[in-house]
Design a protein. Structure first.
Length: 327
């Protein structure tokens, strides 16, 4: 069984083709890049998605050596995300489903990051640290849903890194450049904001920018920003692991590609006797493959496809609102 997945929650438009065993046949991604010094402009990102979708679909079929006749279901990111961007992907998915008489499944973007990480790493029942531009959540499956044991109270950690990088003239995305700049840096104390099991990043970014303006080197501030953010994330993930008594930790989402965050979590897991898994780098960022795979899980668990005339997008949909029928 093959699923065509369409991802369009934010700056990236992705089309993936995947089978029910997690074998990736195609993974095509094109990213809207805002002007220097700007964040994502949702309307312009949506326009980008509409411009590239047809060409990307052709490339995905070419890479997979398949045609639409080989596709069993179509899946799209229903939420959460930026409404104009979600709408661009939905319009494309709906048209393809209608024209080709294929069942259509709406997928929660956050759960897709979790499930693609699980199938690729063979993790069974992990505590999940999901870190991306728009989301930062510590999740674990309990009683039929992925429960949120901690999350950001303001902006996602990826957004926080990009905000700092934008002011520093690093361009977008800034995370990989900050990671490189941080090598060999020295510690500067920054605020450390963990409240219970929740975190806050925006004030730390403001202080880091202030320290740079006061004369600290970009290398030292980048190092200290990373160390502070990732120490916070590791602390809350460890407490969730202790509370749930699970023996696995999975790191997923775009920021999962950061080597220093991986290192901190790997050390924590070794000390706790837990197994540590990281989503493959090529599937860490937003992609259509993960959307397609969750569509297959929904299909196999006998969830009914959406009625094309009744579909509603869910820009603010929470991970813990979704019943997980396949576990």
């Amino acid at each position: 069984m093959l699923s065509l997945g369409i991802e369009s929650t934010a700056h990236s438009f992705g089309i993936g083709i995947i089978d029910e065993k997690g074998r990736v046949l195609a993974n095509v991604v094109d990213t809207y890049k805002p002007p220097e010094g700007w964040g994502i402009e949702p309307a312009k990102a949506a326009h980008h998605h509409r411009e590239v979708c047809e060409g990307m679909l052709k490339k995905a079929f070419s890479d997979a050596k398949k045609t639409m006749d080989d596709i069993d279901i179509i899946s799209f990111s229903q939420g959460p995300g930026l409404a104009p961007c979600l709408h661009a992907g939905f319009e494309f998915a709906k048209r393809l489903a209608k024209e080709n008489k294929k069942p259509l499944y709406g997928v929660n973007h956050c759960i897709a990051h979790v499930e693609i990480g699980k199938v690729c790493t063979h993790a069974k029942d992990p505590v999940v640290l999901y870190v991306s531009g728009g989301n930062t959540q510590i999740l674990a499956y309990v009683d039929g849903r992925y429960r949120c044991f901690g999350e950001s109270m303001d902006i996602g950690v990826g957004n926080a890194l990009d905000k700092f990088g934008r002011v520093m003239g690093m361009g977008f995305p800034a995370g990989p450049k900050i990671e490189k700049e941080a090598l060999g840096g020295k510690w500067i104390e920054l605020p450390y904001v963990v409240k219970g099991m929740d975190l806050s990043f925006s004030g730390i970014v403001t202080e880091a920018i202030k320290r740079k303006e006061q004369g600290s080197s970009l290398k030292d501030v980048s190092f200290s920003l990373q160390e502070t953010f990732f120490s916070m994330l590791t602390e809350v993930t460890e407490r969730a692991t202790a509370h749930t008594e699970k023996k696995e930790v999975l790191l997923t989402g775009g920021v999962a590609a950061n080597s220093r965050l991986q290192e901190m979590l790997r050390i924590m897991c070794k000390e706790r006797g837990a197994k540590f898994y990281v989503v493959p780098r090529e599937l860490a960022g937003d992609n259509g493959v993960m959307i397609g795979f969750v569509g297959l899980l929904m299909k196999k668990s006998r969830q009914k496809p959406l009625k094309l005339e009744d579909i509603e997008l869910a820009p603010r949909q929470r991970t813990d609102e979704i019943d997980i029928s396949w576990l």
